[in-house]
Design a protein around this ligand. Sequence first.
Ligand SMILES: [Zn+2]
Length: 96
Amino acid sequence: MSNTNELSKNNWIVVIQGGVRLYVDDDGKKFFENVITNSVNFVKFEEEIFRGSSVMYIVKPERLEEGDNIRRGMWRCKEKGHWNDKGVTKCVGCYW
Ligand SMILES: [Zn+2]
């Protein structure tokens, strides 16, 4: 199986209270979407049990990557959106 196929299976990340991340495909997304929109009490997903109200959000992996980078102190240039390390003053992507 190619990497592309692997990636297409992990299109979404479901974040559970406490920061647990579940990698799901489109079917998984629909499943958790239903949990959130219909206030389902308990969820059983791949043998694990969650309280429905502990499902916080369903996002694209890039969204979490953005949050992780900000926590690391990284910043994004306004021109092209490149990520730069903390302490770097000129955008590495734009000035190289
Ligand atoms: Zn830049």
